[in-house]
Design a protein around this ligand. Sequence first.
Ligand SMILES: C[S@@+](CC[C@H](N)C(=O)[O-])C[C@H]1O[C@@H](n2cnc3c(N)ncnc32)[C@H](O)[C@@H]1O
Length: 253
Amino acid sequence: MSNNHGLFYANGSHPQLLDFSACRLDLAMASEPHLDRVERSHEPARANYNRISRFYDLIAGWSEKKSREAGLARLAAKEGEQVLEIGCGTGLALTALARAVGATGRVCGLDLAAAMVSLARARLDRAGLAERVELRTGDALTLPYPARSFDAVFMSFVLELFDTPEIPAVLAECRRVLRPGGRIGVVSISASGPRTLVRRLYEWSHQRFPRVVDCRPIPVRTLLESAEFSPTTTDAISMWGLGIEIVVAKPPG
Ligand SMILES: C[S@@+](CC[C@H](N)C(=O)[O-])C[C@H]1O[C@@H](n2cnc3c(N)ncnc32)[C@H](O)[C@@H]1O
């Protein structure tokens, strides 16, 4: 796959090539891509996710399934690896990661909301995978892990929640905890594709009801490149007409 292309799953199953060069040119021309600021601080975010935790799978879990699974497939966690998921929510990706790394690997899950972490723990218990996963409540801005401790970091529908100046700080933390030769996989609502009607409606909802529709589209690949990551794959898929970008990238060095 060339650097200027991504796989586009227009109808959910058959990948087609989609040219991203024009969008990236636009973004590259702006020294700082425009991104709406996020007014909400982390405390209200924590309270919100604690409050909606019991309904999260119903509200978003199923609709994001295809994107999350495509991201996990691209990350391709392997037997014996150490993997961190940031913003693990109710643990929907943790079970897949725990199975992929096997008994010799280790998965860490971190989330701001204690109620989300409790649900993730219960899910892992039910799946008989709890021993392979270490869960913590914490903030991605200050990851509670030593430098160079993971082969891979995964985030799905999380990076777009952070305020614009926080995104490079979160990515710097990811760089710090990744081993040389490791990789990051990010699944996120994308600002890199066309502003379709669905995207404009979504952006309007985010501006109008930022506490409920708290994610906003971000230029995932551009943000990773600005944070010194080198993308190895960039995929674009559609979630009900909303562009989702899936980028796997390597840290410098
Ligand atoms: C939209 S949900 C996505 C959950 C999960 N990644 C998934 O795909 O199902 C966002 C998650 O990120 C967590 N989160 C929000 N801000 C965070 C922060 N500063 N640090 C760690 N987790 C955070 C929320 O509590 C929530 O569980």
